[in-house]
Design a protein around this ligand. Structure first.
Ligand code: PEP
Length: 254
């Protein structure tokens, strides 16, 4: 299983800034080991510019931060998986907590996107995570299991393990500078792994589970060395090429 090091730029960067930064990341990824992949989830408006800056054969792959579960139609403001493929994307994020909280995306809707994106040919990363209130209320397991059950409910049983990732992102750790502790990450990732095994049998062992939430160059190596952590999803610290590249290359000696 290759580790996945992913950048989520959220709603940042003009086309020019995005092209410069994507190029800057790519130039620093020459030493990315063969057992790691890097993906950039850029804003829709910057995808074509990033694709142009990276060119074919780049190590840094591209992804959309969201998609709508239909091929085309009267869905003003939305983007289809086919449109992402057309912009050289191979990946898509679904269910980011900011979209769940700010735009009211339900587990069921996220599940439709996940299955539709996979069926359309994109690799999907399903984001899950509990709020602080849910965690403090002893709801970690039921919340994660509900998000997984509904988020994966329409995903074909035979989906290959490389095409589906889960990103565990505790909401209280996103953009707060408060990274989850080792025990918290281990507990949540073990829970996700058990769910994946049950849902996808042996293939569930090989699906990647990313950690996201205030990952920085100085904590990345420790996080990716934890059991059942198969990569990271990085927001704020991915906005500078050098910082993200240091995370992507964490623990790799020169
Ligand atoms: C994210 O946006 O998915 C994220 C993890 O953000 P940050 O790294 O800034 O906490």
């Amino acid at each position: 299983m290759k580790m996945l090091m992913a950048a989520n730029w959220k709603m940042f960067k003009t086309r020019e800034e995005a092209a410069d930064c994507a190029r800057g990341i790519e130039n620093r990824l020459a030493g990315l080991p063969a057992d790691r992949e890097a993906v950039l989830f850029a804003p829709f408006t910057a995808l074509a510019a990033c694709a142009g800056a990276l060119g074919p054969g780049a190590r840094l792959r591209l992804g959309g931060q969201n998609c709508y579960p239909a091929a085309e139609g009267a869905f003003t403001g939305e983007i289809s998986p086919g449109m992402l493929l057309d912009c050289a994307c191979s990946h898509v994020l679904v269910g980011h907590s900011e979209r769940r909280a700010l735009l009211g995306e339900s587990d069921a809707f996220v599940g439709k996107k996940c299955a539709f994106a996979l069926n359309a040919g994109l690799n999907a990363t399903l984001c899950i995570g509990e709020t602080l209130k849910e965690r403090d209320g002893g709801m970690l397991r039921p919340v994660l299991e509900r998000q997984l059950a509904e988020g994966l409910s329409e995903v074909p049983d035979d989906v290959t393990s490389e095409r589906l990732c889960i990103a565990y992102e505790p909401v209280w750790a996103i953009g707060t500078g408060r990274v989850a502790g080792t025990a918290e990450i281990l507990e949540a990732h073990a829970l996700v792994r058990a769910f994946l095994r049950k849902r996808f049998t042996a293939r569930g062992n090989a699906m990647r589970i990313l950690y996201g939430g205030s990952v920085k160059p100085d904590n990345a190596e420790q996080i990716i060395n934890l059991d059942n952590v198969d990569g990271v999803l990085v927001g704020g610290a991915s906005l500078q090429a050098e910082t993200f590249a240091r995370i992507a290359l964490a623990g790799v000696s020169d």
